[in-house]
Design a protein around this ligand. Structure first.
Ligand code: ZN
Length: 522
């Protein structure tokens, strides 16, 4: 009995032995991790690397529905050459994009000290060279600092490095280090068994989700001439995978042309326009080959009156529409992010003074069409969208936003109003009527189109770009246009003109021309 009690006591004390925490324990743990990877001497000897990987980008916020299967964006090959001593990198990205249509996405980035350069091949075979967007540059620097060969140095050099209590993940005990990289809080997790880095978690601002855990995971470690490095990496945002890549070739201290890591003076002297915001958002956009350039930059807003009191709000490649009612304004679409909405709201308030924005209609939940809703909620507008997406919007409106506080975060006690639309909802002031109608389509389930019966105007996003003929070889594009025409015909509405969430304003016949199969079944 006594023996059992003693052994139980030993067992209990072993279980409850708490590892040390704090700055000194943090430094000691970094040394253990370095030893596991080959030792500081070996790590110090790696002055540069060439890494060739292959992988895929996926996007949960381009799925058909918010909880649906993330869309496969591309399959890519990527080569990076990094010179750690001079803080230089050349990244060559070569992808075949699968969504929104099949086409190549290729570019080369050069980071050279305090400047970045983007090289883009053109259709005529020439290459354009320009100063890189500041947020793209800043986010790539983050990526350099968290490379497997660099992450221990990044942690070690942080003044506030500290070890925190272990975490348990299933059967794995995780050692936890915390520090700040610039202004970003970082958690570095090590496998307590072999002391190798498991994942790096950055808390950063996402225009859609606000404070977001951006997680880079390392798996499948092997030996590269005395240095242990992971063969597979993946990136997760709030637990959703957005990229996975696997090493094909990795060379420590490779040979490279000096000029390949150098930015010419004529590019370096170009002004850097915009803010350096570390966020995965621009990278998620550019791997799709779509626009991210307005991020962190001054917004251009252009109001085009398409009918009395109805404005197409342009200036970027994602548009909104403002509808003036008797004593309020109805807005359609809040694309991109907070800064876009703030600029659009200001322009609308100037054009239509004294009338509050009472409603915001969101066509669908995609990353580039829902990021600006919080600014409208802060103004007290009721957010309207197809009912299946209402839970998703409610989540966006309730997310913390402390890294880059927006107008809703600053507004404090505002309780946003979200209203789901089932099939049809009419908004009227007695004179003007605005109909929100469910629009079945293959691009995104739970989509609304906005119809004005008197003016015979229809606003839609992503199914058809007014002013741009649909490429018949673009299967998805044709399917979308067909769905829009079918939606119009099935609703039995009289449409003269389509106002685009992208593109321009065009007569309905332009759509009918390219989507003849969209005729309703008789
Ligand atoms: Zn979309």
């Amino acid at each position: 009995m006594f023996a059992i009690a003693v052994s139980l006591l030993v067992l209990l004390s072993a279980c409850s032995s708490v590892p040390p925490t704090g700055p000194a324990a943090g430094r000691a743990l970094i040394d253990e991790a370095a030893a596991a990877m080959g030792g500081w001497l070996v790590l110090d000897s790696v002055k540069s690397q060439e890494i060739i990987t292959g992988g895929t980008d996926v996007e949960p916020l381009q799925a058909v529905e918010p909880t649906g299967q993330p869309r496969l964006i591309n399959q890519f090959g990527q080569t990076i050459v990094v010179d750690f001593e001079k803080n230089r990198m050349r990244l060559s990205f070569d992808a075949m994009r699968e969504y929104p249509s099949r086409q190549p996405v290729k570019f080369v980035e050069v980071l050279d000290g305090d400047a970045g350069m983007l090289e883009t091949p053109q259709a005529d075979g020439k290459t354009t060279r320009e100063r890189m967007h500041p947020s793209r540059y800043a986010t790539r620097l983050r990526d350099m600092r968290r490379m497997p060969i660099r992450i221990l140095y990044t942690a070690k050099n942080a003044a506030d490095l500290t070890r925190e209590p272990d975490k348990i993940d299933g059967k794995v005990t995780i050692n936890v280090l915390r520090f700040k990289d610039g202004s970003q809080p970082v958690e570095l997790q090590l496998d307590s068994f072999n002391k190798l880095p498991l994942r790096v978690i950055y808390t950063e601002d996402d225009p859609i989700y606000g404070d977001t855990f951006n997680e880079l995971t390392f798996v499948d470690w092997r030996d590269y001439n005395g240095v242990r490095l992971p063969q597979t990496q993946a990136i997760f945002l709030n637990g959703n995978k957005i990229r996975e890549e696997r090493v094909r070739t990795l060379i420590n201290n490779p040979k490279y042309e000096e000029s390949s890591l150098t930015i010419p003076a004529e590019i370096r002297s170009q002004p850097e326009v915009g803010e350096r915001i570390v966020s995965q958002w621009p990278l998620r956009r550019l791997v799709m080959g779509v626009n991210y350039l307005d991020f962190g930059r001054e917004q251009k807003v252009e109001l085009v009156e398409v009918a009395k009191g109805i404005y197409h709000i342009k200036g970027s490649d994602h548009h909104s529409m403002a509808i003036e009612m008797k004593d309020h304004v109805i807005m359609v679409e809040a694309p991109f992010f907070e800064e876009r909405s703030v600029a659009v709201i200001k322009a609308v308030e100037e054009k239509i003074p004294g009338k509050p924005i009472k409603y915001l209609v969101v066509t669908h939940f995609h990353i580039d069409h829902s990021g600006g809703i919080r600014a409208y909620a802060a103004k007290g507008a009721t957010i309207l969208m197809q009912e299946t997406n209402a839970p998703f919007l409610k989540t966006l409106l309730s997310r913390p936003k402390t890294m880059r506080p927006d107008s809703l975060a600053k507004a404090g006690s505002v309780t946003p109003n979200v209203e789901g639309v089932k099939e049809i909802k009419s908004l009227t002031d007695g004179e003007r009527t605005v109909e929100l109608r469910d629009l079945p389509n293959p691009h995104s389930s739970g989509m609304l189109m906005v119809y004005l019966p008197k003016e015979k105007i229809l606003f839609e996003s992503d199914l058809f770009t007014p002013g741009t003929p649909v490429d018949p070889s673009n299967t998805l594009g044709v399917q979308n246009a067909v769905a829009l025409l079918a939606g119009v015909n099935n609703a039995n509405i009289q449409v003269d003109r389509i106002v685009g969430g992208h593109g321009d304003v065009a007569p309905l016949r332009e759509l009918a021309k390219i989507a003849p199969a969209g005729k309703p079944a008789s």
